[in-house]
Design a protein around this ligand. Sequence first.
Ligand code: HEC
Length: 149
Amino acid sequence: MHINKKIFFTVAFVLAVAIFVGYKWNSKVQNQKRWYTKQMVTNGKPLYENNCASCHGLNGEGTAKFWNKKMANGRYPPPPLNSEAHAYHHPLKALRFTIQNGGKYIGGVMPAFNQKLSYKETDEVIAYFQEFWGDKFYEEWLKRGGLKK
Ligand code: HEC
């Protein structure tokens, strides 16, 4: 009986530690700090859906089967903005620039949004599609200098 109690407490202790560590690890992975707020994501949703989804897909999945193959007209189709394409290779300032000025600087066809979206709204739209990236890709983006000035 005495020994059983000891075993019981040892096992309970080990379990408690394991649960605590597991919880800590899990919350670290899931609540990873992002540069934007939840409010920005909420504001970005209608902006994204009204201005971007027709070309980039409602969930950033893109609208073309092969986003990296030129179309018959020699242009590239709109790429997905989730983590399937290159969006997470580009730092924040490049994403802002593309959205504000469109694709003409890279020989592309995306329309410029500088008459439609303020800087604040542009950031909200970016926050919204960055929610499509899992933490793995968000972290990769940070590593590639996503927030470098
Ligand atoms: C008329 C279609 C169209 C609309 C609308 C559109 N885009 Fe694009 N977008 C494109 C195309 C096409 C490209 C590829 C580059 C090019 O041709 O300009 C692109 C490229 C991009 C890129 C660069 C992605 C990368 O992986 O390099 C970003 C970021 C982007 N768009 C965001 C947006 C956002 C945000 C909106 C809404 C505010 C939007 N786009 C609206 C067609 C569109």
